[in-house]
Each structure stands twice: as structure tokens, then as C-alpha cells.
Design a protein around this ligand. Structure first.
Ligand code: NI
Length: 147
């Protein structure tokens, strides 16, 4: 099962980056409605969780949340794409070389759940904003593309 979780995470590791790459720059600052956060803030949480879970897996235990993106970075497409790409590589490196323990396997599952729940949220954002989904998203989640 662990190998399957790793395979699923590796397959979807570029999904969030592909989504940001597909959007016009100004869309990172957009909210779904007045009480929602922005697309960029969604990505801040994805990057921070990925970086923090990667560090936790490496340390064999949770060592706290931190994110390399600042609040103002979340409106910069280049910075968000860069942080997503760097966190993808770092995750792949760490999960490819650690000795697996129960703690590490639980962290791996937590990360998979976190990535997936943000994909669910972002699907709603894109429908509301009327943008096309990257092909990876449309295929994985059987999405109808907006007109
Ligand atoms: Ni989150």
C-alpha cells in the first residue's frame, strides 16, 4: 500500500503547479466569493503543508508548519510556481530515500489527503471563475470543461 500511496502522490505532485501555470497572473488574487480565500492562499497552504510534511517525514515526526512563501508571494505566479516545483522535487527526494516507519507512513497519508482536499476546493474555484482545467485534472477527476 505504501508504494501505491507514493505512486499516487508522485503522479499528482505536479497538479497544483499545472493549475497555476494555466491561469492568467491576476487570477491568483481572486476569491471564490467574499468570505473565501484567494487561489494564491490555497497554494500557500499546499506549499506549506508539502514542505512541512516533507520535513516531518524526513525527521520521523511532526516538527511544525512553515511555508517558504510569504503572504505577498501568493499573488506572484512565478514565485508560486517556483515554490510548487521546488516542493515537488524535495518531496520526491525525501520519500525516495527514508527508512519507512509507522509515523512516516501516517504523515505520507496525511499529505495525500491534504493535496486531494485542496484539489476538490480548487475545482470549485475554477468552475466559478470559468477557466479550463489542465488536462491532468480533467482526466483524473472526470471534469467537464467550462464552455
Ligand atoms: Ni490546506
Amino acid at each position: 500500500l505504501r508504494q501505491k500511496v507514493i505512486a499516487h502522490l508522485t503522479t499528482m505532485s505536479g497538479f497544483h503547479r499545472e493549475l497555476v501555470e494555466s491561469l492568467p497572473d491576476q487570477e491568483l488574487g481572486r476569491k471564490l466569493y467574499d468570505r473565501s480565500n484567494t487561489v494564491g492562499a490555497q497554494m500557500w497552504c499546499v506549499v506549506g503543508a508539502r514542505e512541512s510534511y516533507t520535513a516531518a517525514i524526513e525527521s520521523d515526526g511532526w516538527i511544525g508548519f512553515s511555508c517558504s512563501l510569504t503572504g505577498s508571494d501568493t499573488t506572484s505566479k512565478d514565485r508560486v510556481v517556483g515554490a510548487l516545483a521546488a516542493s515537488e522535487s524535495r518531496l520526491e527526494d525525501v520519500i525516495g530515500r527514508v527508512e519507512w516507519t509507522d509515523t512516516r507512513e501516517n504523515l505520507l497519508l496525511d499529505l495525500l489527503e491534504h493535496e486531494t482536499q485542496h484539489q476538490g476546493q480548487l475545482i470549485r474555484y475554477l468552475y466559478a471563475m470559468g477557466h479550463q482545467f489542465p488536462e491532468s485534472w480533467a482526466a483524473r477527476w472526470a471534469l467537464d470543461q467550462p464552455e
